[in-house]
Design a protein around this ligand. Structure first.
Ligand SMILES: [Zn+2]
Length: 170
């Protein structure tokens, strides 16, 4: 299986997304947008553990994003930070990486749709760990950790459902 690169915006941290492998990326500005203490702790821990890489998108990706939103009329609603985050996803995608953006922001999601970059929302995807969800495939019953970002089983392709579990360790 090709490894996935997760691009995280501020709403991912605010929604409770917790990076659990070294393939999570964001831009410097996002670290300033995350202000509440819980999200900030998650973010700082991820950086300390080496689970969150902070990088700048290249100029080419930034220009591509600006052209795209200009032609779609969304230019006023996407902040500079949002544009940079989308450019980061594009930047990684251009390096042949398997990218998915974690965001609850609809404007960002719409721009990603136009650019054909996959995304997932934290609040609707069951990846919010504090609730203690377990993800189980309806077909082969494989269990997934709660940061698995897709709706389909990677083994058999059946849909995955959420099961609430008692979280003794947390
Ligand atoms: Zn399955």
């Amino acid at each position: 299986m090709q490894k996935k690169y997760y691009v995280l915006d501020a709403s991912a941290f605010i929604g409770g997304y917790r990076p659990s492998n070294p393939f999570n990326y964001t831009i410097p500005e996002v670290t300033h947008e995350v202000k509440d203490i819980n999200s900030k702790t998650i973010l700082e821990t991820a950086i300390k553990d080496g689970y969150l890489q902070i990088i700048e998108p290249d100029l080419k990706s930034m220009e591509r994003v600006q052209e795209t939103i200009k032609s779609s009329g969304d230019v006023l609603r996407l902040s500079h930070v949002d544009q940079k985050l989308i450019a980061l996803a594009l930047h990684l995608k251009n390096q042949q990486e398997n990218v998915i953006v974690i965001t609850d922001d609809y404007t960002i999601q719409n721009a990603l749709k136009i650019l054909k970059i996959p995304f997932k929302s934290v609040l609707t995807s069951g990846i919010k760990q504090i609730y203690g969800w377990k993800l189980i495939c309806k077909g082969c019953k494989k269990e997934y950790s709660d940061d698995y970002p897709f709706d389909d089983c990677e083994i058999c392709g059946s849909s995955i459902y959420k099961k609430r579990i008692k979280n003794k360790n947390k």
